[in-house]
Design a protein around this ligand. Structure first.
Ligand code: ATP
Length: 353
């Protein structure tokens, strides 16, 4: 039995997590879902962000974390969210942020003339270093002489393992192209390291085509000819930005899934979207990003057949099923609720089995 920690979190997190778990449970796999109430409500009630020892328990006893979203306007600066999500990414050393951006239906892309086969992007974003390491400071704050410094951390080990993961993924899936996005023309030291290590790792995978690009040029090219790219590996900040672009090219946040992964260890799966306070409690949240994050989790846990089945069900749902308001501009109306989409998806899954 594999134990899964479910953290629904805030806002629309619980609305989509409920559906995600219902869908995953329907496979009848040896998975046990255990719910944890960490998030703004708990934090405001008793000050708990994550209880002492929780990370250790996850590490030793759980196979994965299935995560909704955190963020609440009642918590200034969203301190609790940083303490939950960023802490898990860093302390569990979840160095791969895997974000597939696959076009499930031609109508979902704003790019003129592009079709499903043209948008099959998978991003490998480095998830534990870069500008997110929290190193820096401010000096003379609030004065005209204020100095603010944010340090970008790039370790050889960190760069090598994310590059290796990207090449391995491409090789295992029969893909042929891996692209590095950096800014080696300006950021000479850190990004010089990325270029060198990327070339070394690429030499270990001679069957795969490797190309290094400046991130600004890549951003333009992803709009012009996304079909030229398959796997893209990049640092934490560029990955943050490029994957939002990728999501916008393939239907938006309502269907963008992600994994925070350390191969062989407890890993965390979550939709790319946040807690979306503007639509929380209104039945408008699209549950498909959560469902697709569940498919990534199933794959990580060694259930690729079920993962593929779930992806097919989502694809069918998008093609001809009910849709939440976020997809109506692409697919047409009428708009359905989160629950209605979840129920239909369940039915679609059972008809595919
Ligand atoms: P964060 O900083 O946590 O990413 P955010 O407010 O920047 O939070 P989201 O919470 O993801 O970002 O919301 C961005 C926009 O996308 C909002 O207008 C929200 O309503 C919409 N959105 C996000 N997730 C969904 C979803 N699952 N279904 C429909 N709309 C969504």
């Amino acid at each position: 039995m594999q134990r899964i920690a479910v953290i629904p979190g805030d806002g629309i997190g619980p609305e989509v997590a409920r559906i995600g778990v219902r869908i995953l449970e329907s496979f009848g796999l040896p998975l046990r879902f255990e719910w944890f109430d960490f998030g703004a409500e708990r934090y405001l009630r008793d000050g708990t962000i994550l209880p002492p020892g929780f990370m250790e328990t996850l590490r030793k006893e759980f196979a994965a974390v299935y995560f909704g979203a955190v963020g609440d306007p009642r918590v200034p600066g969203n301190e609790h969210a940083k303490g939950i999500l960023l802490a898990m990414r860093f302390e569990l050393d979840l160095y791969i942020n895997l974000r597939p951006c696959l076009l499930f239906d031609d109508r979902l892309t704003p790019l003129k003339g592009k079709r499903r086969a043209d948008l099959r992007l998978t991003f490998f974003r480095e998830n534990t270093e870069g500008l997110y390491a929290g190193i820096g400071g401010v000096f003379r704050q609030g004065t005209a002489d204020e100095i603010a410094q944010e340090v970008e951390i790039n370790t050889r080990r960190g760069v090598e393992r994310i590059c290796e993961a990207a090449f391995q993924y491409a090789g295992q899936r029969g893909l042929s192209r891996v692209c590095l996005a950096d800014k080696a023309n300006v950021l000479l030291f850190g990004h010089g390291l990325w270029r060198r290590v990327f070339a070394e790792v690429s030499a270990r995978h001679p069957a795969l085509q490797a190309k290094a690009m400046y991130v600004d040029a890549l951003a333009m090219d992803l709009i012009r000819q996304p079909e030229a790219y398959q796997v893209i590996v990049t640092n934490n900040l560029f990955g943050d930005i490029l994957t939002d672009l990728g999501a916008a090219l393939t239907g938006g946040l309502g269907i963008a899934a992600s994994g925070n992964i350390h191969p062989g260890r407890v890993s965390l799966f979550e939709p790319v979207h946040g807690s979306a306070p503007d639509i929380a409690g209104k039945g408008k949240a699209n549950p498909l990003a959560m469902a697709l994050s569940g498919a990534l989790m199933l794959e990580h846990l060694g259930h690729p057949r079920e993962a593929a089945l779930l992806e097919s069900a989502v694809e069918q749902q998008i093609e001809r099923g009910a849709r939440t308001p976020d997809l109506v501009p692409f697919l047409g109306g009428p708009a359905a609720t989160t629950e209605q989409v979840g129920e239909e998806l369940l039915a679609c899954l059972s008809s595919l089995r």
